[in-house]
Design a protein around this ligand. Structure first.
Ligand SMILES: [Zn+2]
Length: 294
């Protein structure tokens, strides 16, 4: 039973609002992917106040196509129609939907659908981690955060929203989904720890979509993957193979060499695009994450 989408807080397509009319010529007048965000709020009402409607607190500065609450009761908001652009990505958009370097016209907000999900983000002063919070590293691997988990009802609503997006824009495939932190690596941290695999499997009704995120959220998984691909990380760590779970200079060097060898932007940032490339390289060797991380 789908949740009814609340359209009472739609942002008018008018000057001074954080909406662009239509999609642009450089992307063929269509969105190329979906950028998932967290709100860093406790509830959808606050997200709505900040992003939604004509009189939002951040009127003309930021928006999103949807806001997804934490429960069916909170529900789903629509702020911008799928035929128009939401200004959801802000500063630091160095990469575009496919991990290539973004040009002005192909930056996230000009080329992707933006979905906000209510989640307080990572533990920090004033925000204490619960026992079930997710451990995930920043794109540069230097910090491991504890992140509030998304709820089961929220996952169902994210699948509903994803299905609506793909029904309208069917060329958006599973590999066209990423987090805000992927297009703004080093500047944004949402949505580290996001349940990409269950959400995408639900949207595309395909259980074969691999989880290329979960095994690589932590530095040790990233190191094990690079080592399996033949990169030398020294002899640190309990296995003496360099996988010590601390992201340092050796790891930086290996990641940069991997990015260079695979035609990626060489920036030392571990993104969804890196995860897919690593998954493909490992699969090409007849291996899977299960074997590598064992
Ligand atoms: Zn964001």
């Amino acid at each position: 039973m789908p949740v009814e989408i609340n359209e009472n807080h739609m942002i008018p397509v008018a000057p001074g609002q954080a909406v662009g009319r239509g999609w642009l010529a450089p992307t063929g007048r269509r969105p190329m992917g979906v950028t998932w965000h967290w709100t860093a709020t406790r509830d959808l009402a606050t997200c709505r106040q900040v992003l939604g409607g004509a009189d939002a607190l951040r009127k003309g500065i930021a928006s999103a196509h949807y806001g997804v609450g934490r429960s069916f009761e909170e529900g789903i908001d629509r702020y911008v129609a799928l035929g128009d652009r939401a200004w959801h990505a802000g500063r630091g958009q160095t990469l575009r939907w496919d991990g290539r370097r973004a040009a002005r016209a192909t930056r996230g907000a000009r080329a992707t659908i933006g979905v906000e999900t209510v989640n307080i983000g990572f533990a920090r002063p004033g925000v204490a981690a619960g026992g079930d919070w997710i451990a995930a590293a920043t794109p540069n691997g230097r910090h491991v955060r504890r992140i509030q988990p998304w709820t089961d009802e929220q996952v169902e609503m994210m699948i509903q929203v994803g299905k609506e997006i793909v029904a309208r824009w069917p060329r958006i495939g599973p590999r066209d989904h990423h987090g805000h932190h992927d297009v703004c690596p080093g500047y944004k941290e949402d949505v580290a720890g996001f349940p990409f695999a269950p959400v995408l499997r639900g949207i595309y009704e395909d259980e074969a979509i691999p989880d290329v995120w979960g095994p690589l959220w932590l530095p040790r998984g990233r190191q094990k993957a690079l080592i399996a691909l033949g990169y030398d990380l020294g002899d640190f760590g309990p296995d003496g193979d360099g996988a010590d779970g601390v992201w340092g200079r050796f790891s930086d060097d290996a990641l940069a060499r991997f990015q260079e060898a695979h035609g990626q932007v060489v920036n030392g940032m571990w993104t969804t695009f890196t995860s897919w490339a690593v998954y493909d390289a490992i699969a090409a060797r007849g291996l899977g994450f299960d074997q590598i991380l064992a």
